[in-house]
Design a protein around this ligand. Structure first.
Ligand code: HEC
Length: 258
């Protein structure tokens, strides 16, 4: 319960710091976009095991080149996703040697900095900080933008330095903005996407692919939450025991003084 309280009061602070850093790093890069982005619902279900299994496969194949999930152990995945350890070793463990290892990656922070301007974040807790709906829309709203070093921009994270790693599946799209008057000023507001080149998936298949991936990210946030909370309780127990010990010690020490 302690950790819940701390978590809530920490989050706005962290978000503010992250926002500030983003502003500093991105500078004026986010001039385009603005206004209403996507508001689609992820509609994922962390009780849907086949979806989680597909999502785990998607994550390992398409995301772990850059992102770790360093609070997640492969053997825990095996247990929760109802796979044998052997299946996990064959299908998910490309980066690790033992099933007891966590989902770490080999990219060093210096390289992340050099290649993308920042280290791609660990995704263990991303669904908790951003929410599944945000992630669902983020992965579906990369659009062509030749002014960016990645060749794409993102509607949900203007100036994002993540390349559109799923372009082969989704294809590429262009964002059409229109001018709208908001609070007396004329702003560019997102209107719609237009497909530029096709990917290997239909739009519906791509949405399913993203939903499974987001479902997996949502699920990995959960065991971490449980761990965090049980750690909080352990700390409280330790503090209480320590309080009693300190009190007994004080009594012992002061007995002779009086
Ligand atoms: C080629 C490297 C690379 C790959 C592969 C990659 N990403 Fe990223 N990703 C990045 C970088 C760099 C950022 C930091 C973007 C920023 O803050 O500008 C990022 C940021 C993110 C964020 C945070 C967005 C936010 O609002 O802060 C999410 C979520 C994310 N990636 C999800 C994914 C998922 C899911 C996959 C797999 C489908 C994936 N990424 C694959 C490089 C990558």
């Amino acid at each position: 319960m302690m950790s819940k309280v701390m978590n809530r009061s920490l989050q706005p602070g962290l978000a503010a710091v992250a926002g500030l850093i983003a502003l500093l790093v991105l500078g004026t890069a986010s001039a385009a976009g603005g206004g209403a982005a996507l508001h689609d619902k992820a509609n994922n279900d962390i009780g849907n095991i086949p979806s989680l299994q597909r999502g785990a496969g998607n994550f390992v194949n398409y995301c772990m080149g850059c992102h770790s999930a360093k609070y997640v152990r492969y053997n825990q995945l095996a247990r929760d996703l109802q796979m044998s350890e052997d299946q996990v070793v064959r299908n998910l463990m490309f980066a690790a040697i033992k099933p007891t290892e966590t989902m770490e990656i080999a990219m060093r922070p210096e390289d992340g900095q050099r290649w993308f301007g920042l280290m791609p974040p660990d995704l263990s807790l991303i669904a908790r900080s951003k929410g599944p709906d945000y992630l669902y829309n983020f992965l579906r709203s990369f659009y062509l933008d030749s002014s960016r070093f990645t060749g794409v921009n993102n509607l949900m994270l203007p100036g994002a330095s993540m390349p559109h790693v799923l372009a082969g599946l989704q294809g590429t799209q262009r964002a059409i903005f229109r001018e709208a008057e908001i609070n007396g000023t004329v702003q560019h507001v997102f209107d719609r996407f237009e497909q530029v080149s096709p990917g290997t998936m239909t739009a519906a298949e791509y949405d399913e692919f993203v939903r499974d991936t987001v479902n997996f990210l949502d699920y990995i946030g959960e065991p971490v939450k449980q761990k965090r909370q049980s750690l909080g309780i352990l700390v409280m127990v330790f503090l209480i025991v320590f309080l009693v010990l300190a009190y007994l010690l004080k009594r012992e020490v002061w007995r002779d003084v009086r």
